[in-house]
Design a protein around this ligand. Structure first.
Ligand code: HPA
Ligand code: ZN
Length: 343
């Protein structure tokens, strides 16, 4: 099964740039900036990444983010992520970047865009991974930061920009608060992909759909509590970016037995599997696929379908989608072989 998963070409549609930084990368940055509250040894960093709840996770995330203070740091994160993606046979990824906190730490607006572009170009050349960008609002920072996010994106729009998102806290942050920046992004032709229903109920997902015109939902785990919402997502083909290990590590979901991914599949919701913050959650995309086999009982055909759903849910050119779908088919029933992974 591990070989099959490794051979499966994949896309990753929900991964945060800062949360993707490997332990080694974070330790290197922390040693450069020992005053930022991030531990300097592997054992301490491991303990630092034990989250007591979602709010604690966000506190830690902000501290790690504070280590990223230059364009060179941003490019290094992009290249580290690209190498990790390549190791997981991820061919295309939509990477979430949160501009406002980077700018607040002194990275110049142009510098941020140039650093991302440099990283994306090198990711393609050195790791054969195609990257695209989702720029998101940090929900707790307020309306003005939301508008500033949209304005930065509209002004700089680095090559590969495809989407606009909303992350961070959900509790006390109604999705409708960010209706205006989402309209600005929509008018500029960006795809809208807010987090919703990760730590609050299905009403947040309905709000993301109605008020933010969400085209995909980040996490969306609480959809499982509302059968009419599951039906709506299924009937309208609205994909949900599901990140099982993230949900367990942030304690948004108590354990894998309670995880709603199987229910979503059963309801016909398009599910795309993702890692969210692989560096902080000690995971990668191959591991998430294996988890679906081990803990949710998905067989090779169902894992291949998850990969196909990801490709269809991506905002990449149709030609790349066609190539990836054909390659997934080829892995499922290799030509010239009477061995097939399909049931
Ligand atoms: N949810 C909200 N904010 C985040 C997340 C997440 O899963 N990861 C990084 N920032
Ligand atoms: Zn996320």
């Amino acid at each position: 099964m591990q070989d099959f998963i490794a051979a499966l070409p994949k896309v990753e549609l929900h991964v945060h740039l800062v949360g993707s930084a490997s332990v080694d990368t974070v330790l290197e940055l922390a040693r450069r900036h020992p005053d930022r509250g991030v531990p300097l040894s592997p054992a301490e960093l491991h303990a630092f990444y034990e989250f007591t709840d979602f709010a604690h996770f966000l506190d830690v995330y902000v501290k790690v983010n504070s280590l990223v203070i230059s364009g060179a740091d941003v490019t290094a994160l992009v290249l580290g992520l690209a190498a990790d993606l390549a190791r997981n046979n991820v061919r295309y990824a939509e990477v979430t970047v949160t501009p406002v906190p980077h700018l607040a730490l002194g990275i110049e607006p142009d510098e941020l865009a140039e650093a991302l572009t440099a990283g994306r170009t090198r990711a393609r050349a050195e790791h054969r991974v195609e990257l695209a960008w989702v720029f998101d609002i940090a929900g707790s920072l307020g309306y003005k930061a939301g508008i500033a996010t949209a304005e930065w994106v509209l002004r700089h729009r680095p090559e590969g920009t495809v989407g606009f998102g909303l992350g961070g806290a959900e509790l006390g942050v109604p999705r409708e608060k960010y209706r205006d920046p989402f309209l600005l992004a929509r008018d500029a032709g960006l795809h809208l992909v807010p987090h919703a229903g990760e730590t609050t109920g299905p009403e947040t997902i309905w709000s993301a759909l109605h008020n933010l015109h969400a085209e995909r939902i980040g996490h969306g785990t609480s959809a499982a509590l509302d059968p009419s919402l599951l039906d709506h997502l299924a009937a309208n083909g609205i994909p949900v970016e599901v990140c099982p290990t993230s949900n367990i590590r942030t304690r948004a979901v108590p354990d894998l037995a309670a995880h709603p991914l199987p229910l979503m599949l059963e309801a016909g919701v398009p599910v795309t599997l993702a890692t969210d913050d692989p560096g902080m959650f000690h995971t990668d995309l191959n591991r998430e696929y294996l988890l679906c086999h081990n803990d949710f009982g998905l067989g090779p055909g169902e894992l291949a379908d998850l990969a196909r759903t990801g490709v269809r849910a991506a905002f990449c050119p149709d030609a790349l989608k066609g190539t990836l779908l054909a390659e997934i088919d080829a892995v499922c029933s290799p030509r010239g072989s009477n061995v097939t992974f399909m049931p």
